[in-house]
Design a protein around this ligand. Structure first.
Ligand code: CU
Length: 170
C-alpha cells in the first residue's frame, strides 16, 4: 500500500464513519399555534360606584355577553341606547338560575306577554328589569344565592338568539 492508497483508504474510512454517525435529520414539527380568538364582546364589571352598566341597542344586542361580579349583591342598570319603541325593539335583562337554558326558558317568557314577557313568580328566574324602549333605562338590585354562572337574556320574543350571556359570580 503506497502512501496515496493509504490516504485514500483513510479518507474513505473517515467518510464512512462520519456518514454512519450522521443521525437522520429530525423531522421538523410545525407546531400549530393555538389561535386566540378575540372575545366577540367585552366583559362587563361593576364601575367605581358598584353598578354594572349594561346597554342594549336597536341592533338587538347587549354590549356584553359576560358579566363578572364579586359578591352576591348585584346592582345593574340596563340602558336602551336605541331609538325604537319597546313594542318593536323592547329589551330587558332577565337573570336565570345556573343550568337553565335561556333559549328554552324564553318559550315561557313569550307566553307572558301580559307582564312584558316576564312570567311572574317563575321558579327559574332570579331577577328581571322592566321591559324598556329606546332612550329608557332601568336599574335593579338583587342578590344571587352564591358563586356560580348565571345565564341572562332579553326575554322579548325572538331576542334570545342574539341577546344572552352569562353573569359570573366569584
Ligand atoms: Cu331585547
Amino acid at each position: 500500500m503506497n502512501f496515496r492508497t493509504a490516504l485514500l483508504a483513510f479518507s474513505l474510512a473517515t467518510a464512512a464513519t462520519a456518514c454512519g454517525e450522521d443521525a437522520p435529520a429530525p423531522e421538523k414539527k410545525v407546531e400549530a399555534k393555538p389561535e386566540k380568538k378575540a372575545e366577540a364582546k367585552p366583559e362587563k364589571k361593576a364601575d367605581a360606584e358598584g353598578v354594572i352598566r349594561l346597554e342594549a341597542s336597536d341592533m338587538m344586542k347587549f354590549n356584553a355577553d359576560r358579566i363578572e361580579v364579586e359578591g352576591t349583591k348585584v346592582k345593574l342598570e340596563l340602558k336602551h341606547t336605541g331609538k325604537m319603541d319597546k313594542k318593536a325593539m323592547g329589551h330587558n335583562f332577565v337573570l336565570l338560575k345556573p343550568g337553565t337554558d335561556p333559549a328554552v326558558w324564553s318559550g315561557k317568557a313569550i307566553a307572558a306577554a301580559a307582564t312584558d314577557y316576564v312570567p311572574a313568580g317563575d321558579a327559574e328566574m332570579i331577577a328581571a328589569t322592566k321591559l324598556i324602549g329606546g332612550g329608557e333605562s332601568d336599574t335593579i338590585e338583587f342578590e344571587v344565592p352564591g358563586p356560580g354562572e348565571y345565564p341572562f337574556l332579553c326575554s322579548f320574543p325572538g331576542h334570545v338568539a342574539m341577546m344572552k350571556g352569562v353573569l359570573v359570580v366569584k
